[in-house]
Design a binder for this molecule. Structure first.
Ligand SMILES: N[C@@H](CCC(=O)N[C@@H](CS)C(=O)NCC(=O)O)C(=O)O
Length: 221
């Protein structure tokens, strides 16, 4: 049985969950309290980070390496386009979200509001929360601009770039930090991806002490 060591509100874990579900690959989810730095976990991934996927008798870490392994070994439905230029655009946007968006928004909102409490690291730093709340507006506008020209974020087909973005935004939506009225293109895009069967697992997540708002699992939000 495939096994994914994850935490429910980790955007990198969510990206891998979405890719596995889209390709209908069954996986057992194992919650990993990575901040406890358990020795078994460090043996599985010396970097001490989630996600870690056990599949085909291998232990794999780094979400993008994992997603591309899944894409290469289970190519249908395709989540990477065909030409090198299109693939380059998908990878650029995956890194946009996993690096830039994560640094400027996810870490400033989700980690301050949820992770600190779960890990017993004190109260949110209001400067970080304010900065994340400001920066997310710029990112939503950028996504809206891309979606003015394309059906999906990286082109006319859904790709890993959409799952990377949706993974981050779904974590922030869980704590009501996304203003879906800011950009109609982004709202339509999220409604489209949220209604895919692959999203169901994410919408069923419940974090003890942090109940999701009613709109989180509502497909007509
Ligand atoms: N580049 C990594 C980032 C993974 C990551 O930072 N995961 C967080 C949870 S969302 C984590 O495990 N952090 C623990 C740490 O940085 O020590 C990936 O894409 O898998």
């Amino acid at each position: 049985m495939n096994r994914l060591f994850h935490v429910p509100l980790s955007p990198f874990s969510r990206k891998v969950r979405l890719v596995l579900a889209e390709k209908k690959i069954e996986v057992e989810l194992v919650e990993e309290r990575y901040w406890e730095q358990d020795s078994d976990f460090l043996r599985r991934n010396p970097a001490g980070k989630v996600p870690v996927l056990k599949m085909d008798g291998r232990l794999m870490s780094e979400s993008q390496a994992i997603c591309e392994y899944i894409e290469e070994t289970c190519p249908t439905p395709a989540l990477m386009p065909v030409t090198p230029a299109e693939r380059c655009e998908v990878r650029r946007l995956v890194f946009w979200f996993d690096d830039k968006f994560h640094h400027e928004v996810t870490s400033k909102l989700l980690y301050e509001r949820v992770n600190k409490k779960v890990m017993g690291q004190g109260y949110p730093d209001s400067r970080n929360v304010k900065s994340g709340a400001t920066r997310i507006k710029y990112h939503l506008d950028y996504m809206g601009w891309l979606l003015d020209q394309r059906r999906w974020l990286a082109g006319d087909k859904m790709s890993l770039a959409d799952f990377a973005a949706a993974a981050h935004l779904s974590c922030l939506d869980y704590i009501s930090d996304v203003d879906w009225n800011r950009n109609a293109n982004v709202k339509d895009w999220y409604a489209k991806i949220k209604s895919r069967p692959a999203f169901r697992g994410l919408l069923a997540d419940q974090i003890p002490g942090f109940p999701p708002p009613p709109h989180y699992a509502d497909l007509d939000f």
